[in-house]
Each structure stands twice: as structure tokens, then as C-alpha cells.
Design a protein around this ligand. Structure first.
Ligand code: PEP
Ligand code: MN
Length: 282
């Protein structure tokens, strides 16, 4: 880390208790430890589309050994004409499903004015790739004191990503989990929009005590490749995975968001089993 960035508090040497490169700031989300010795699996549908679909996905996540439910009520869509999520109704569904299953809820907030409302339901606030440099949003999320899942902007450098995390940390909230979700690649030879940046994991872990997880679902955009990339991410040293799941009983063709990405239940179970056995090296 160079130049003016050396004053970032999230750099390991600036948090004296984490000066030793082997230590990680463990983030507790509903008694699930992100950044501990064992990788965690956070999973769920891309979007909350109905109560039945979300409950079915949550039950599948739980049965497969996933520890937290992730589902979007507010979806960041490239086209303004695409489904934008159920909004407040989606938050209510997530709250009901949490009560039903006991799984902690991770969900995205896009608008700084909505942070209070989303924080009323979420156990962890997701800041999406497209919002990584929405600075007022980062500040508001930091002020809630609720754990924050900060996705990497798909063109962001490691330094820009750490600076974004610093906006949250500066508000007194260190409970930040970084998420590598794939960076923009040359699409001319492949239909994949992104590629998982395996090479950022080690430098990131050396630079900061914050836990780092991987999202192979958005990196690959295709459920059949999610398992391989999950294994690779774990080998590279992530503290966990964010996986999109196809809710049992749901028709893929009828989904309104990221229909190709959700892994079936059995694939999620394999990924979770592998993750559980993987351990995280200091
Ligand atoms: C998502 O998590 O559903 C999502 C849209 O991800 P990203 O912000 O990484 O594109
Ligand atoms: Mn998605």
C-alpha cells in the first residue's frame, strides 16, 4: 500500500491488535463467525420473488449446511426496465422467513435514504458491486453499526476497494466483510460477464484483517461453473462463499433475476461440504 493510502485504518498495521498477518477481524453475523477458522456459506436466491420461493430457498440453504440466507429485496439492475425487486414487500418476506427458519438475513441496500429501513430487517447489509463507490451509502451503512458485506466494484482496484471499506470503518463500524464477485473481462470470446479474480485474495488478506469471501455466482453467471470456482476460491484462501441458489419447486425459466446462476440444492450441499472441510489458513 503506497502514498496517501497508508493512513487507512483498515490496513493491518493500523489496527495494532491485527498487526500480525495471521490474524483476522472476525465478524459475527447472528452468531455466525465470518473470518474464523472455518469458511462460511451464505446462500439464497438472487431476488426475493415471493414468500414461497424465499422460504423454499432458505430451507434448502439450511438443509445443505449454509449458515446465512442472502436474498435481494432491492435489486441493482443494469436496465431500468428489468425487475427491480419487491422492495419493502421483499423485506417483509425476509423477516418472515428468518422467523420461520432462524437463518440470519443478508440483503442489499442501494439508496442511502433506505439504509434505516433495510437495517430494520437485515442482519448484514450488502453493498453491491455497482454501489461500491457510492460514498454517502457507505457512510450511512457504517453508521448503522450492522455488519456490512462490501462487494468489489467490477472494475475496482484493490486500493479503491479498501478505500471504500474505509468509508464504513471511519463511522466506527469495523464489521466489514469484503466480497470478490468477479471483475470485468473481455467478453468477445466468452459469454461470461466477469471472471473471478483469484489473484486478489492473497494480497487482500495480507493488506487487511477484514475477512474476504468469494461470490462465484456473479463471477461465472452460470450455475454449472459455480462449484469449480467455489473450490478455487477456497483454495485461494477466502473465508467463505456467497452462492445463489435455485429454490426447490421453482422453475428457472420463470425467475425474474439471474435465472442461470442459482445452483440446485445438491450442488449447494457439495459446495458446503467441501467448504466445511477446507479450513482457512492464517
Ligand atoms: C447480487 O448479489 O445479486 C448482485 C447483483 O451482485 P453484484 O452487485 O456483485 O453484481
Ligand atoms: Mn444475483
Amino acid at each position: 500500500m503506497t502514498g496517501g493510502l497508508s493512513n487507512l485504518s483498515i490496513l493491518r498495521r493500523n489496527w495494532p491488535e491485527y498487526a500480525d498477518p495471521g490474524t483476522t477481524h472476525v465478524v459475527d453475523v447472528c452468531r455466525v463467525q465470518v473470518g474464523g477458522d472455518r469458511p462460511v456459506v451464505i446462500a439464497g436466491p438472487c431476488a426475493v420473488e415471493s414468500y414461497e420461493q424465499t422460504l423454499s430457498a432458505a430451507r434448502a440453504v439450511k438443509a445443505a449446511g449454509g449458515q446465512l440466507l442472502r436474498g435481494g429485496a432491492f435489486k441493482p439492475r443494469t436496465s431500468p426496465y428489468s425487475f427491480q425487486g419487491l422492495g419493502r414487500e421483499g423485506l417483509e418476506i425476509l423477516a418472515r422467513v428468518r422467523a420461520e427458519t432462524g437463518l440470519g438475513v443478508v440483503t442489499e441496500v442501494q439508496d442511502p435514504r433506505m439504509v434505516g429501513d433495510v437495517a430494520g430487517t437485515a442482519d448484514m447489509l450488502q453493498i453491491g458491486s455497482r454501489s461500491m463507490q457510492n460514498f454517502p451509502l457507505l457512510v450511512e451503512a457504517g453508521r448503522t453499526g450492522i455488519p456490512v458485506l462490501l462487494k468489489r466494484g467490477f472494475s475496482a482496484t484493490l486500493e479503491e476497494w479498501l478505500c471504500a471499506a474505509e468509508y464504513v470503518a471511519r463511522e466506527g463500524n469495523r464489521d466489514i466483510v469484503l466480497c470478490e464477485r468477479g471483475i470485468r473481462r473481455d467478453c468477445s470470446w466468452s459469454h461470461a460477464r466477469s471472471e473471478f479474480d483469484l489473484e486478489v485474495i492473497d494480497p487482500l488478506r495480507r493488506a487487511t484483517p477484514l475477512p474476504v469471501i468469494g461470490d462465484p455466482s456473479h463471477a461465472t453467471g452460470e450455475w454449472t461453473r459455480v462449484e469449480d470456482v467455489s473450490r478455487a476460491a477456497l483454495e485461494a484462501g477466502v473465508h467463505g462463499l456467497l452462492i445463489e441458489v435455485l429454490a426447490p419447486g421453482t422453475e428457472r425459466s420463470e425467475l425474474r433475476c439471474d435465472a442461470h446462476q442459482g445452483v440446485p440444492e445438491d450442488v449447494l450441499a457439495r459446495i458446503t461440504e467441501f467448504a466445511r472441510g477446507a479450513g482457512v489458513e492464517a
